[in-house]
Design a protein around this ligand. Structure first.
Ligand code: ADP
Ligand code: MG
Length: 332
């Protein structure tokens, strides 16, 4: 059944707001951050064929569109408040829209963030979400706060049984692409697909790390490339990553070493938090992560300004490889 624009909005994207003074239906929504709070704002767009395959289940697409945005709030240590959804659709397919909305609403409810507005138009499939969060003034985690000597940490699931470990989304992409040399025997492909299609944003960890992490970023374009952004924004620091310390799931460990490192260091779509902290805060960081329901692993150390970003083997020798981070205009 074909739906008109306003019926579609009313049926799938209008829900009562609990916290915001005004949600869907007027020219603007109204959001009321608490006194002393700053608004944290971020947008992420998902384009068919570029960020997702046309075959993806619509529930998962809804989940991922919001998850990648929540991940940005997590990286800033902001508490989610509200979001808007700008949607371009080739056709108004009722079942497809209902499934997309259920994926969105389920994740939104889990993170207590409400849909307050958006825009809907006919066109190529494209979803753009803007999230709004709040953070006490001056407490946001930034890319620019790292210092030489900081420990470098990466988040991951709390247990090996949980899907969504570093590099698994990239591994699934290589399997879809049919890349030669990828070992698929014995892999749980449904689980790997979850890693790619249903990332879990580390919102609780981001909140817990306020006042402890000195810098943070979420890994969306590959660990090394995203670390490069932190190092540049923090005065040109260097970093030394120990390859042997990188958290590796069973699926990653089945691959040959070069592919493992490619997935771990240049994978992308991981949505883990990469952050730095004072070495005296090691126990604190581990305890906070456990309370936030995820794991964290120390993977290296930040170096003085002007020193390189290098990945070293177990003997401390730099590995020679060109891992490129994803860039929409330079890559592929
Ligand atoms: P305007 O013409 O004033 O820009 P629209 O007619 O485009 O408003 O939208 C009507 C209402 O529906 C607005 O409150 C808008 O925020 C909301 N809206 C439109 N599309 C969506 C969507 N995909 N999800 C949530 N709210 C939407
Ligand atoms: Mg208007």
């Amino acid at each position: 059944m074909a739906l008109g624009e306003f019926d579609l909005i009313a049926r799938h994207f209008t829900r009562p707001v609990r916290r915001s003074p005004l949600g869907v239906g007027d020219d603007c929504a109204l959001i009321a951050p608490a006194a002393g709070m700053q608004l944290a704002v971020s947008s992420d767009m998902l384009v068919e064929g570029r960020h997702f395959l046309s075959t993806v289940a619509p529930e998962r697409l809804g989940h991922k569109a919001l998850a990648v945005n929540l991940s940005d709030l997590a990286a800033c240590g902001a508490r989610p408040l509200a979001y808007t959804l700008a949607l371009s659709l080739p056709r108004a397919d009722e079942a497809w829209l209902a499934a997309l909305a259920s994926g969105l609403h389920a994740l939104a409810d889990r993170h207590d963030i409400e849909l307050v507005g958006g825009d809907t138009t006919a066109g190529p499939l494209n979803l753009c979400i803007t999230v709004f969060g709040e953070v006490p003034a001056g407490d946001a985690l930034l890319r620019s706060g790292a210092r030489a000597g900081d420990d470098l940490w990466i988040s991951h699931p709390a247990t090996p049984d949980e899907p969504g470990w570093l590099g698994e989304a990239r591994l699934m992409l290589e399997i879809f692409r049919g890349t030669p040399g990828v070992r698929t025997e014995g892999l749980d492909l449904d689980r790997l697909r979850l890693a790619m299609e249903c990332p879990q944003p580390r919102v609780a960890l981001g909140l817990a790390l306020r006042g402890v992490a000195r810098s943070a970023i979420d890994v969306s374009d590959g660990l090394l490339g995203d670390l490069g952004h932190v190092l540049r924004r923090s005065g040109g620091l260097g970093a030394r990553i120990e390859a042997a310390a990188l958290p590796r799931s069973a699926a990653i460990l089945r691959q040959h070493e070069a592919l493992q490192l490619e997935c771990l260091l240049a994978g992308g779509d991981d949505y883990e938090l990469l952050f730095s902290a004072d070495p005296t805060d090691r126990d604190t960081v581990s305890a906070l992560a456990a309370r936030a329901g995820c794991g964290v692993t120390r993977i290296g150390t930040l170096g003085a300004a002007g020193t390189p970003l290098e990945v070293v083997d177990a003997d401390g020798r730099p590995l020679a490889a060109a891992w490129a981070s994803f860039d929409h205009f330079l890559s592929r």
